[in-house]
Design a protein around this ligand. Sequence first.
Ligand code: NAP
Length: 346
Amino acid sequence: MEDRIAVGVLGATGTVGQKLVQLLDGHPWFRLAEVGASGLSAGHTLGELVSEDALPNQAADLRLSSLDSKWESPIIFSALPSGVAYDIEINLAEIGHLVVSNASAHRMHSDVPLLIPEINSNHLKMVDDQPWGGGLVTNPNCAVAGLALALAPLNQAFGIERVITTSFQAISGAGKPGPSAGIILDNILPFINGEEEKLAQEPQKILGHFNEGILDTANFFVSASCTRVPVSDGHLLSVSVSLAGSPSLKLVTEALQDFEVPEVVRGLPTSPDSALQVIKDEDRPQPRFDRDIGNGMTVTVGRVRPCEVLDVKFFVLSHNLLRGAAGAALLNAELCRAKGVSTGLI
Ligand code: NAP
């Protein structure tokens, strides 16, 4: 008998939704049962709208519903644009679904955990205080995912005082259809709407201490400049950090290398062998060569060196669609199941 939990994917025709559909193929705990998209796509099968190469066989036959349909699956992944996600995510949580969202709509809500399981799995307790029969958990912005994983061991070991970062973000981060070839080829776009604000706010929530129902957000400023570059997948960030006590480069490198992942996370199906990997080669990490390490769930750090203005600087790379989106959401859903989060429907 099928004992995997039925899940739905909203935004299944989109860039992140398609990745989720792929990752759910053969998943040991979850079974893709329902897919949704806009009214324009509703009524079509997924296979009619998404390249067959990108789809597992059974998923191709699933028929897309519009958002106002009745959803049966206890767990609903949301890969919707933020404005669309706002109401539907709350509505689904109210009627008992566990909503696992990629969208930014509710990330900064005080009752909603902004999860990177390797860093803040205890924030999941926020779900207990949510006013809905179901629950809502979120994963961070795709560039924040890599940044926060690199900052976490430094904050833990020394305490972060200031961060300055410039991102070089892949085309797939823009969703579909993304910038046209005529705009992105031979070019760099020095503006991504709303992105710098997310880098300036989300890390402090992720790295905050949650105790007895109260989140004490980490106390540092992030100055972010975000660019779009002609790379298919993988966000690279140049990061400079000021640390309490100005530790030596050796101590900083050791802290990054020794980052420990909680036991409960290590056993999750989507958890990579190593969440954070320091690469020694002086010309790495590079998106094309390093984004797929750990099935796209390992964040790589390289060129750790002294900073002439703050204390230390380095590059961070993460796969925006995996560690930064679909893989992150799946890991969050796995954490919910492993920690026994129960909603009205599970
Ligand atoms: P996308 O490629 O533009 O896909 C959007 C999806 O939402 C499509 O399935 C689309 O369906 C559906 N949709 C759009 N308007 C809708 C409506 N009014 N009602 C119902 N469905 C609607 O976007 P994406 O890049 O996958 O991003 C999805 C979400 O994840 C966004 O909130 C984004 O900020 C977030 N995110 C993206 C990334 C990334 O790297 N791309 C990373 C982290 C988080 P149709 O095909 O029918 O239009």
